[in-house]
Design a protein around this ligand. Structure first.
Ligand code: FAD
Length: 400
């Protein structure tokens, strides 16, 4: 059945997306795949997801609404349908998250014709991977406190500084880079660049090991790195404006060029765990306290599912950030609560980790538990999201 209120073009597209996904399931693999793109660490994993994104792109499910001259498929209002269909069948994530959800929207809005033609097609096909260079040791939540300096020299810029928590940095060809071009103004002293990373002189990427033992993100050091002025996005001093475009898309308030809908933690997995775990001399699935805890999560899960439908009601979307930001906070905390409950149900066995034959669900629960903390930090912590929701959307007084 097609979704109500779709145009003829959208219905046809939805049928195509469903048929293609049914005929082309993600290839089976022996590779140890990560839980999400935030834990992507090995070249073989990257190649698996690159191939998946490329085939989705060729099938029209990525870059669906992007104009054909920039490598897209030229549809209207169909990307959201593609995202939902991919999510519905539990398709693998799309590798080039930063390219699709951040770089492309920013270049479409602020870029030159040359930048659009040069960068968008290869990001859509995952030929070129992008990373995001916003966070620094002293500039995370306080993003305008950037200290990485770009100084004008001739036709280009010389960059010196230090970025941190850079996901995909070790595989990236380019970075969306926020840098300071003037110390005289806080916000107007920032500019935005499409900076080469891989093999570029003056750029060093150092992977960081997470508490899970996985490599997920990196430090990136710039030492006299030269960037051509043609790689500057928008005017000098407009970096903050471009960064806000990026954050609007990163936080889900506007659509990117593909992917972007995360499957939430499956309740079925918790039930399966309870059926194979002991509690009080019997099965955890028969224990009223455990059953009650799972049911509470199932209710939240259903609430999240129903809430997603509200995004399609125009009257509820008076502010573009209202629903996506609220949903982001609720969903990430729900995933954290589910992972915590899983660890609880597994009990002492949750100390057994990946690759231990005796570990329940192959060590999934302790891994999911530790990784779930990344979800409430990445893209701006939930405390910051709550501040924005309270102050900018609900109009409450500013916190001190
Ligand atoms: C898995 C992961 C991937 C990431 N990937 C990237 C990436 O690819 N590129 C990139 O640039 N960055 C990335 N980040 C960084 C991320 O954006 C920052 O970690 C985040 O913005 C928080 O900044 P911080 O770590 O400096 O914490 P801080 O800003 O130091 O905050 C510390 C704590 O104080 C709280 N806090 C700070 N200010 C306030 C306030 N005003 N009100 C209430 N509470 C406050 C925060 O909520 C947090 O709990 C990633 C982070 C994670 C976890």
């Amino acid at each position: 059945m097609s979704t109500p209120n779709l145009t003829a073009e959208q219905i046809e597209f939805q049928e195509h997306a469903r048929a293609w996904l049914a005929a082309n399931p993600a290839p089976e693999t022996q590779i140890d795949l990560p839980l999400s793109q935030l834990e992507l660490a090995k070249r073989e994993q990257v190649e698996y997801y690159r191939e998946w994104q490329r085939s989705c792109y060729e099938a029209g499910l990525v870059g669906t609404d992007i104009a054909k001259e920039y490598g897209g498929h030229g549809h209207s209002g169909c990307q959201d349908i593609a995202n939902r269909e991919m999510s519905r069948v539990g398709a693998p994530f799309l590798l080039n998250t930063v390219g699709l959800s951040m770089m492309i929207p920013a270049v479409l809005k602020h870029g030159t014709e040359e930048q659009k033609r040069r960068f968008i097609p290869k990001a859509l096909s995952a030929e070129e991977i992008w990373c995001q260079g916003f966070s620094e040791p002293g500039a995370g939540s306080d993003m305008a406190n950037q200290q990485t300096m770009a100084v004008r020299r001739g036709e280009g810029w010389v960059v010196n500084g230090h970025k941190v928590w850079t996901s995909f940095g070790q595989f990236a060809k380019h970075m969306i880079l926020l840098a300071r071009t003037s110390r005289d103004h806080k916000y107007d002293g920032l500019s935005f660049f499409l900076c080469p990373v891989e093999g570029h002189a003056g750029v060093t990427v150092k992977p960081l090991v997470k508490m899970t033992g996985e490599l997920g993100f990196n430090e990136v050091f710039f030492e006299d790195c030269v960037i051509d002025d043609s790689l500057r996005l928008d005017e000098v001093g407009k970096g903050w404006t471009v960064a806000m475009t990026v954050l609007t898309h990163e936080r889900g308030a506007a659509e990117g060029a593909g992917g972007g809908i995360r499957a939430v933690h499956p309740i079925e997995r918790l039930i399966g765990l309870a059926k194979s775990s002991q509690r009080g001399g019997g099965l955890a699935a028969d224990d009223p306290v455990t059953r009650d805890a799972i049911i509470r999560q199932a209710i939240v899960h259903e609430g999240i599912r129903q809430d997603a439908r509200r995004a399609r009601v125009p009257a509820l979307n008076d502010h573009p950030m209202r629903l996506p930001m609220g949903q982001g906070v609720v969903r990430t905390e729900f995933e954290q609560d589910c992972a915590r409950l899983g660890v609880d149900i597994a009990g002492a066995r949750s100390t057994l980790y990946k690759h231990d034959d005796a570990a329940p669900d192959n060590g999934y629960w302790p891994l999911a538990y530790m990784n779930s903390y990344a979800l409430t930090i990445a893209g701006g912590s939930n405390e910051i999201q709550r501040n924005i929701l309270g102050e900018r959307i609900l109009g409450m007084p500013k916190s001190k």
